[in-house]
Design a protein around this ligand. Structure first.
Ligand SMILES: [Zn+2]
Length: 92
């Protein structure tokens, strides 16, 4: 689901997410986790860049996703693996 008000390439600012960006992502995902579709709880929702900035990902709404704590951990784990052994990852 996309909203015309928040194009995917809209910048979301630097370190902190605006309330509008958070709401736009949650609306787009229907308040569900981008990883496992579990309903998200406002107190334990993580906002991650799908493609991390360190990998060239942009700080935009389209690159942002809301994750539950468990998917957030997996996401971080994947990124760490990617950096620990980029060659092994590429050969998969
Ligand atoms: Zn999840």
């Amino acid at each position: 689901m996309r909203t015309a008000t928040y194009p995917d390439d809209a910048p979301i600012g630097d370190a902190y997410l605006t309330h509008e960006a958070v709401r736009a992502v949650l609306e787009r995902q229907d308040n569900r986790c981008a990883g496992c579709s579990a309903a998200l709880d406002a107190g334990s929702t993580y906002f991650d860049l799908r493609r991390p900035a360190i990998c060239g990902g942009s700080h935009t709404l389209g690159n942002l996703e809301a994750l539950c704590p468990s998917c957030h951990r997996n996401h971080m784990h994947r990124i760490r693996e990617l950096f620990a052994d980029p060659v092994a990852h590429r050969n998969k």
